[in-house]
Ligand binder design. Structure first.
Ligand code: ZN
Length: 310
């Protein structure tokens, strides 16, 4: 395996820096990539986090994974691990890049494009060739708290099998987004699952432990690791629907995350701060609450509750 000029043989481990960018101070911004290779050939799996700089749960999952001593003694195959993909946004405590672009809408990227496009280009040219498939760790954005779930496109059988091997509480059917890493990697026949758990800037205990268990389970199912992992009880969701605020005001819900609700059930309420107006949020379908907005002040049209349907 060759990564950015470094050769990593079977049975070897390495840390390789992808050097993409110089900060305005002249300091070099490096993306550390950890590679673990077994003596025996096998699948090459990518685990990556921090595509969005404010999504810390994935970074914590990666830290837990790097602590996992088994990785240094894989039974077969390789693991490529990128704990913080978007280093400059992580430093800026921001989801997006300094120019406002979303790195996950810059793929496959170009050598001379925007900063995001250059980072995406490096990942496309240097990381995707050395992996067979992977998992990209995210959290909800804009104060949306996501119940641990993997997103994949059910039409892609390879990707659905991968999701079942990972075994998150929910497996959600999700079409590809234009210019995303997931779309680019699927085009190359290398499915990458998107794992979503919790919200930005907040550690979610369940999100971190489910993510870690998923990584171990996936490697165990691929016969790369001999570990014991909790049995998964994944619920497959073929569709999902957002419920949006009908008026602006203060949002409250007492519904529990991850639970099942029935059509026409009241899920929460948006009230005007002066107690003049109140609008209930009504479930349009039967389903599971896979995402809930945590911000009390909302505008009409804001996405408040995400329901996954079987
Ligand atoms: Zn994200």
């Amino acid at each position: 395996m060759r990564l950015n000029g470094t050769t990593i043989g079977l049975g070897e481990n390495a840390r390789v820096n992808l050097n993409v960018y110089y900060l305005p101070t002249g300091a070099k911004m490096e993306i550390p990539v950890y590679v673990f290779r077994a003596k025996k050939k096998g699948p090459s799996v990518l685990f990556m986090a921090g595509m969005h700089g404010d999504e810390t749960n994935g970074i914590e999952i990666m830290r837990n994974l790097l602590k996992e001593k088994h990785l240094e003694n894989l039974e077969r195959g390789s693991v490529v691990a990128i704990p913080i993909t978007n280093v400059v946004s992580f430093l800026n405590r921001s989801r997006d890049l300094p120019d406002g672009r979303d790195l996950n809408r810059c793929f496959p990227g170009t050598r001379s494009g925007s900063l995001g496009s250059r980072i995406a280009y490096d990942l496309t040219k240097k990381i995707l060739p050395i992996i067979d498939f992977g998992v990209d760790f995210h959290t909800g954005g804009a104060e949306i708290n996501n119940y641990p779930q993997v997103r994949c496109f059910f039409d892609n059988e390879k990707s659905f099998d991968l999701a079942r091997s990972f075994g998150a509480p929910f497996i959600v059917n999700s079409a590809y987004r234009e210019k995303s890493l997931r779309k680019e990697s699927s085009r190359l026949g290398k499915p990458i699952l998107v794992y979503e758990a919790g919200e930005s800037f907040r550690f979610s205990k369940v999100g971190i432990s489910e993510g870690m268990n998923g990584c171990l389970r996936l490697m165990k199912n691929l016969k790369m690791l001999d570990v014991s992992t909790p049995k998964p009880q994944s619920i497959t969701l073929t569709g999902s629907k957002w419920i949006r605020a009908r008026i602006s005001g203060l949002f409250r819900t007492s519904k529990k995350f991850g639970t099942y609700v029935e059509k026409d059930q009241i899920l929460g309420v948006v009230s005007s701060p002066y107690a003049e107006l109140e609008r209930p949020l009504i479930a349009p379908v039967d389903g599971f609450l896979i995402g809930i907005n945590n911000k009390p002040v909302v505008n009409e049209g804001d996405a408040l509750i995400h329901i996954g349907t079987e």
